[in-house]
Design a protein around this ligand. Structure first.
Ligand SMILES: Cc1cc2nc3c(=O)[nH]c(=O)nc-3n(C[C@H](O)[C@H](O)[C@H](O)COP(=O)(O)O)c2cc1C
Length: 164
């Protein structure tokens, strides 16, 4: 089973979390920058961990935004999601990009795991990454809560390990 961690990152925060996830998984996984990849490369993997930061009030990170997402083939694939946001600066659209990737993955028939995470310990008004009261992926806030990042990543990676 081949695994890829695919990230879009403008300033390096999401890339940093992608690396932490890879380390935590402790198995072979390729790190792929969505800004430098094409769909055929990503479609060659069986299992995917997709990550994005959120920009410009609720939008996907730039490279994800310009990527041809319709060309992704996710039918039946195991997919987990993560994302970065700033809950103090953008509390009304906190980590919305993860919600966008979630709905895309659902629409494309992915089997989504790691999608029921507590919102406790975060302070925001609204987020498209919340479905039925839970974050649909790992949410990290390097702007305000970087001290919690390692623990959040570790806990989430443990929760998806059996699926990867
Ligand atoms: C201009 C600008 C717009 C942003 N918009 C949002 C937003 O709408 N929602 C959010 O949660 N975070 C927002 N952020 C915060 C980033 O998502 C956050 O800083 C993230 O860690 C950046 O990750 P990256 O370096 O991987 O791109 C914004 C940051 C900037 C500078």
């Amino acid at each position: 089973m081949s695994i890829a961690i695919v990230f879009g990152s403008s300033g390096g925060n999401t890339e940093g979390v992608a690396k932490l996830i890879k380390k935590g998984l402790g198995k072979e996984a390729d790190l792929i920058d969505i800004g430098k990849a094409d769909a055929s490369k990503i479609n060659s993997y069986d299992k995917l961990i997709l990550g994005t930061s959120t920009w410009y009030e609720g939008e996907l990170q730039d490279d994800w935004d310009s990527f041809d997402k319709e060309s992704l083939e996710l039918e039946g694939k195991t997919v987990a999601l993560f994302g970065l946001g700033d809950q103090e600066g953008y509390g009304g659209e906190f980590a919305d990009g993860v919600g966008t990737l979630y709905h895309l993955s659902l629409k494309k028939g992915a089997k989504i795991v790691g999608d029921k995470n507590s919102t406790e310990g975060y302070n925001f008004e609204e987020s498209k990454a919340v479905v039925d009261g839970k974050f649909v992926g790992l949410i990290v806030d390097e702007d305000n809560q970087s001290d919690l990042t390692a623990e959040r990543v570790e806990k989430w990676v443990e929760s998806i390990k059996s699926a990867f």
